[in-house]
Design a protein around this ligand. Structure first.
Ligand SMILES: Nc1ncnc2c1ncn2[C@@H]1O[C@H](COP(=O)(O)OP(=O)(O)OP(=O)(O)O)[C@@H](O)[C@H]1O
Ligand SMILES: [Mg+2]
Length: 266
């Protein structure tokens, strides 16, 4: 029992720089997700611990099946952890129940998927308005906010009435990002957001995510693409459900950055 606790402590990684005064927006402590599959226990996420500050773009990388999507789903509340703790903006997410949890999640977290997941028979504008409707925002307000968000992500106004099928992949992903921003969440989680885009379009989308992070949101992106991971402030590498390295990228312009990067993987 105590040896397990010790092992967990030795693997806690400070993604937040030690001298940074800004608080950690996300705190993950010993988070695990296990699946039972045909008599086999799969440790998709295995005792992962880290902290993420505000205004950061974090890239999660690692080979297929290492647990990237599962970790992102745990962070976004789309999966329940087998064990461990998740604190977002000071709230212990595991302690929330039912509607309370849904309300918290829709207010704090926006999700962006590889396949955009837009609703095909709604216009770009209506897709962005939808989460605000669910949150109970007034029609006029949500229409105006959706319009502004689409302009912010770079979709020209004449395309706001287009359905997703009439938009390019890059344009669809911009709509999906605007939709993720609809309820003004502190955290944006993106699972391979450039996986269905050519490299130039993909880079533009990641630059957009980078801008959002530096304007004050915390953005966590899962990616296979090393050139995209290099645009992040920090890179976290997973292997077999464990974090095996955390690296600062040189593009991070923060004085006094002293993130611990040593991991004791046994
Ligand atoms: N619902 C599930 N039931 C059983 N096993 C699952 C489930 N979801 C994920 N897994 C397993 O957990 C492990 C991690 O899967 P995950 O999808 O998180 O990997 P990934 O790193 O996102 O992979 P990829 O790069 O291919 O998207 C894999 O072995 C996968 O088969
Ligand atoms: Mg995945």
């Amino acid at each position: 029992m105590s040896s397990t606790q010790q092992e967990d402590r030795s693997e806690t990684q400070e993604i937040v720089p030690a001298q940074q005064t800004e608080k950690a927006l996300i705190v993950v402590e010993g988070l695990s997700k296990h699946f039972k599959q045909g008599g086999e226990l799969i440790k998709a996420v295995d005792r992962v611990s880290f902290k993420v500050a505000q205004r950061q773009l974090i890239a999660i990388t690692g080979p297929s099946g290492c647990g990237k999507t599962t970790l992102l789903y745990l962070l976004g509340g789309l999966e329940k952890p087998t064990s461990g703790k998740l604190i977002i903006d000071g709230t212990d997410v595991g302690a929330l129940k039912g509607r309370q949890e849904n309300a918290f999640r829709s207010k704090k977290v926006g999700f962006v998927f590889q396949s955009f997941n837009l609703i095909p028979n709604l216009s770009a504008l209506e897709n962005v308005m939808l989460p605000m409707e669910i949150a109970g925002k007034h029609h006029g307000d949500r229409q105006e906010r959706a319009r502004q968000l689409l302009i912010q992500v770079g979709l020209e106004e004449r395309r706001h009435s287009y359905r997703p099928g009439k938009l390019s992949g890059g344009q669809q992903q911009r709509v999906a990002i605007a939709r993720a921003l609809a309820n003004n969440p502190a955290v944006i989680l993106a699972d391979e957001p450039t996986g269905n885009l050519d490299s130039k379009t993909g880079r533009r989308i990641v630059e957009l995510l980078q801008q959002l992070a530096h304007q004050g949101r915390t953005v966590i992106v899962v990616t296979h693409d090393r050139s995209i991971a290099r645009l992040a402030d920090r890179r976290m590498e997973l292997e077999d459900g464990r974090v095996i390295s955390v690296k600062n990228n040189s593009n991070m312009a923060q004085p006094g950055t002293t993130a611990k990067t040593t991991i004791a993987k046994k």
